[in-house]
Design a protein around this ligand. Sequence first.
Ligand code: SF4
Ligand code: SF4
Ligand code: SF4
Ligand code: FES
Length: 748
Amino acid sequence: MSDTVKLKINGKDYEAPKGKLLIEVCLENDIHVPNFCYYPDLTPQAACRMCLVRIDKMHKLATSCTIEVGEGMNVTTESEELHDARKGMLDFILGNHPLDCPVCDKGGQCELQDMVFEHGTVYAHYNVKKNNTPEWRLSPFIAYDPQRCVRCYRCIRECTEVMDVNALGKIFRGTHEVIGPYGLGMDKEGMDKGYSLDCEQCGNCVEICPVGALLSVDSRFRSRPWDMKETVTTCTHCGDGCQMRLGTRGNNYVRVASKDMTGVNGEFLCVKGRYGCSFISNPERLTKPMIRRNGQLEEVSWEEALKFTAEKLKEISASSKDAVAVLGSPRLTNEANFTLRRFAEKGIGTRSFGQVADADWHQFFAHLTAPIATHQEVKKAKNILMIGGDATENHPLSGMVIRYAVRKHNARLMVVNSRRTKIARRQAKQFLHIRPNSEAAIVASLFESETELPRLAELAKVKVEQLQKLREQVFNSEELLIVVGPEVRGATLAALAQLAEVLNKQKERPIKYLPLATYNNTMGAIDMGLAPNGHSLMRAFGSQIQALYLAGSNPVEQYGTDWQIALKKLKFLAVADMFLTETAQMADVVFPVNSFAEQDGTFTNNTTQVQRVQRAIEGEGQVRPDWMVINALAREMRVDIGAKGSSVSIFRDIAAEIADYKGITYERIKKESAIKTTKILTKAREVVELCEDLRSECSRIDTSIDLNRTNVAQGEGLFRIGTMMRKSPVMHDAFVKDEEVQAATVNA
Ligand code: SF4
Ligand code: SF4
Ligand code: SF4
Ligand code: FES
């Protein structure tokens, strides 16, 4: 039987996959069908009836968003009858609509406005008093104006199906129906009880609301769509690398929206990407270089700061080049980290360089035996083995695409984790809840003989039958995606990177990996040659290392007193940052640098795709991009580092020097949006050798530690506040303000 059907639409012949929705066939073939409640990948709702079409032999008009294409169907999408029917539906919708377009944030980008415009004058036939309902502030991030709502229920389905949060539902009935926090019940007073939306605050319901009913609080009344410049760029928070449109007005941040359906993230963003970027316009941003004088940091000119730093670095490197350390960051662009490495190697000649980071991804790539999957490929996965990581909290896009594979394709998800993560509780078909830091035992169980399983089960505190089942599922899988969390380290990580080829020696099948790298440019920083060795270098501060140039990291805030004590031992500390962070406050020199929104460059995400960072605004004051500061410093030190005067020419050097980036250019990225680097795959070592390494890892498992039985709470990672979050006003007010007030009260 054929998998396609033949049908006629508006007199023209088409062929379409059997079972596909008629509206999708129309839209994919550029046949316009108006719609509100239809949304790609959400279950059909048939709530708005705007998508009506005429199908021969059906006695009534049909909703094309619920009808599957059939053999021989004859469809009409444009006629006077259909136009009148759709206009009638608009009449219903406008019956209670406030028509306050001039003050609505969505005005100019509103699907209802477009629809009314398309259908010509719609006369209000309902001469009844409008049901005036006040706006409702659902959370610090989201407001809801019930009167503008067209009851398409996209928001509820987005929250339930895509986010798996189930925070929204319908409240009240008939003309009083509103959208609100699920479970609020029929209590009208509930609407006055203040914030009640207990959810991930991703704002994806706001993004897909066709009208101005759901609104982002942080950008309300700040600009009109046509008065705002939108720049497509890459998120600066986690390793997933979502594409976003950064809306600015003049030189100020207005809002973040997702790019469109064409980015790696489709229309998805998480709370950090959507609401955690307003730090770029924070008045506390550093605008001038500073030098410490008499114990205080004082603003100085660039010339003075560069001269002072150059002299200090020359003086300290004169005795030993390795006495000067240079640390880049998984937060900086590839262009900045590349220039930093050149400065360390060519300019200073030190071997003490790398980045402040706490993962072993360089080990992973050194042992990789199968390709990395893109997020789109993850969506199609059929068997997923996820060892470590909490995608929901720390890699929200990865979490979303894994959920998609389970929801749409019934993917078999096997989760191994020492925490009871949400994905383990809700999507996993098999969950091995292991003892903290015992991943090595589980990985070993996939290499060792069956007789070793009781020993390994005891180490990980799981049942032997669970290990047997895991082996069976993994060994017999027809295809496999291996998701690796950042807590998997050392020999365990290296062995996991080799698992694909070992499995393929038993039975050939498509296997791919998805590494959950923590930061926006963790992968790029490694590619640029910066090993994540900051912590080991830190242990030499005050002895072999006497000076440090630190860019884009705040280890004092992130890792606490160890770093604070170590930094105090240095003779000289230069910090390049956007804010006077806890670490910058300890520096002898501070350089003010551009945020991701004020410069051009690239980030490489956890699927090894290189994407553009594009300048949306000019930096205030005298800020400069990191690479420019380094170039100026090298010039001041009279050392030749092959400095380039623009990010595009630095990237040309990257593509020429780093094999994985060969052939990638800004022009290509502009066309293709995201380009995967070429990762060279290695051959797997002998299984006996891998088992030997894993045995030594297993010997370090502390069997006195019991299982962590608490569920990961919503927001544990998503709402974790670092410098950029704390400096983004809406995030600060939602998650930090109360703590500060409490601390002030305690200290008073
Ligand atoms: S913000 Fe996200 S999690 Fe919260 S209700 Fe909207 S879609 Fe659901
Ligand atoms: S709030 Fe927006 S998305 Fe939700 S039902 Fe109303 S119009 Fe639709
Ligand atoms: S998932 Fe990651 S990259 Fe995407 S918006 Fe959130 S923090 Fe940014
Ligand atoms: S789009 Fe079909 S009924 Fe709403």
